[in-house]
Design a protein around this ligand. Sequence first.
Ligand SMILES: *[C@@H]1O[C@H](CO)[C@@H](O)[C@H](O)[C@H]1NC(C)=O
Ligand SMILES: *[C@@H]1O[C@H](CO)[C@@H](O)[C@H](O)[C@H]1NC(C)=O
Length: 515
Amino acid sequence: MKWLSALFLLMLTGTGGAELLPPARSYKILMLLPIGSKSHRNVFMPLVEALAERGHKVDMLTSYDIQHPNPNITEIRHGLPHFPRASINMFNDANTAFGIVLTFKDQLTKMARDIYRVPQVKELYRKRKEYDLIVLNQHYNEFMYPFVHEMPFITITTPGMDPRQSAALGNVPSPAYVPTLFYEANCEHVLGRLANAIAGIVKPFYWRNWEVIPAVQKEINIHFPDLPPLLDLERNLSLVLLNSHFSTDLTVPLLPSQVEVGGMHCRPAKPLPEDLRSWIEGAGSAGVIYFSLGSITRGNTLPTKYRNMFIEAFSKLNQRILWKFETDLEGIPENIMISPWLPQQDILGHPNVRVFISHGGRLSLQETLYHGTPMVTLPLFGDQPTNGARVVANGWGLSLKYEDLSVDLIISSLEEVMKNTKYVENVVKTSRLYRDQVTSPVEQAVFWTEYVIRHRGAPKLRSPAVSLSWVQLLLLDVLALFLLVIILSLLILWWIFKKVLSAAFGEKYLKKKSE
Ligand SMILES: *[C@@H]1O[C@H](CO)[C@@H](O)[C@H](O)[C@H]1NC(C)=O
Ligand SMILES: *[C@@H]1O[C@H](CO)[C@@H](O)[C@H](O)[C@H]1NC(C)=O
């Protein structure tokens, strides 16, 4: 047993250099992320690649036509057109949260209807029990739960802690300080907490019990009439890998089955291609502003009015600007360089890059914090507004609203973030905290993924709260019993009181009193 204690020591004393032991054998792992933007796939890939390098075989069901160079990774594309991400224009599309939920209901129901008719998916479903583990993208993929019936499975939560899913594991976060996903509430104020508590009940109820999941369930029942309900299948979830970390996100109580692996994709900067390097370094002491609105908000969807504001503002700055923009722009000032693709992390890691104008997507935010670059965010949808608010609250930079934009505001915001050193100081402080971990987030994720396989679903991780009903979980039965005891005691006391009175003063006294 000497090797066993050696193994434990190795895990306990890892200081970033600790290596995971080689796996006992090569596992077969199925990853299901049939919907989700490219950034969801980007959250998965570092783990997928690490598992493949350790000799495991990973099959992935995705909506992207990509073939990974590693032969241990097979991407299977379902080819359904229900989430045509490339044609989405977030500046036009229903910007309201409610509008997005309604389109989701429609698209998810269609996915549930059609995906089990796709031959590749049918084939995967038929042989699903050959896998050692199924890994699901948590967000919007409830229609994939038939796959996990009688299988050990884990999920990856790309936007970090999701109170709704946390509750499914038996950890109901307190609405007093844990914000509902994609919802900004000022929890210091009683009305803010009220709104947060209501949102925390209404949103999951609407999604799970009222509108979205029931519609998806109907379609699933047609394909799989004998399966338990989707939400019952979900209760067997072994573990969640959260794309968050307390150093960069909210500090919340977590179960052993909720493991924070935020920023798996963050990595040290690599040397830049020669043209980029010389251009960035040629900016001299004025430095460079890096501008990218992420993978969904493409250049051609950015309204011309805003585009022209940025061009005018940039022309008045001493800095050079690196702008990720998908189409050509005629007649732009000399200090702007445009490119449809830029190596973001290598740019953020360059010391001459002074500020990042970003859409405030979670992955970009994590990279920015990892590399210690202050930012100006321009949130548009999803978790971006909440992320923008976090940027301001933590002093990592500023956040602007599109409707407020003007040339002067762009210039003054950029100058404030570059001149006031508090932003860079705050970002560097967070970066140090984030990097100070026992092992890298990817190693954490690999360890826990293999752990669930080694221990066949690791049932010991499960909180006993999962098997309680909500009445039991909220102690309502105890409360009811407590009330009953109090009421009974009061009745008995009253009865004794009456007896004592009548014994002392006789029946007549009581009668007289009541007349
Ligand atoms: C693929 O897996 C095998 C073992 O199954 C391993 O020997 C090999 O190194 C892996 N290949 C890559 C490129 O990671
Ligand atoms: C629950 O998970 C375990 C393994 O983690 C599996 O053996 C069992 O069949 C699952 N139960 C259901 C109902 O899916």
